[in-house]
Design a protein. Sequence first.
Length: 243
Amino acid sequence: MREYSDQDMAHYEGSAPSRIFYGWWIAAAFSLIIFLSTGIRFVVGPFLKPVVDDLGLDELLVYKFDSSKGSLTPNSPPFVKLDAGAGPRHFALSPSGKFAYVVAEMQSTVTVLSNDSDSGTPHRLQTISTLPKSFTGQNDDAEIQMYPSGKFLYASNRGSDTIAVFAVDSSKGTLTPIEYTPTQGKIPRSFGIDPTGKFLFAENQKSDNVVVFAIDAKTGHLTPTGKVLDVGSPVCVKFLKVE
């Protein structure tokens, strides 16, 4: 078990409307907002390579990762800027590793990024709303996940209480809306897609339940199965293989 000192940490701080975000982050602690890309040479703050999404700075912070030392150094350029006030929360990667998808909590959008595998620099391709044009209420985005085949992308809306479903263009990486499915509860803080791609488990934090949906592998469409799990304030779901 390697011990970490202050020199192994990346310090950053930023602010967003009505909020201030700051802190020390250890590389191993980026589980919700960091991914190591193919080759493990970069750390990107929601993206391939080590990356950190900072809700306050509205940036994706990109770091080079030295596997021999376990250390991080800022990439050049060190970040990708999102829209002011967007509030990047989580991100998902395409199976090929060519594209990343960042869900913005405060803007209720998904931003599509392409990946430069040589420089570790993400490039913005598209920003699209997770809400239908008819929605006018308060909303905060939360979870985002890619379908195992890479054909569909899902994002949760806390406010409209829906799962936004998108079709993914495999060559361009861009998104096209398919539907906005009610989660049959309040505040879907998170959701999980089982490894087979057959089911989506929507966690309604304020309804104390997890609602199970069947996923159509051809269309991405979500259909309620009628199965509802009673769980107090669910916020995360993980799948384990049982031998």
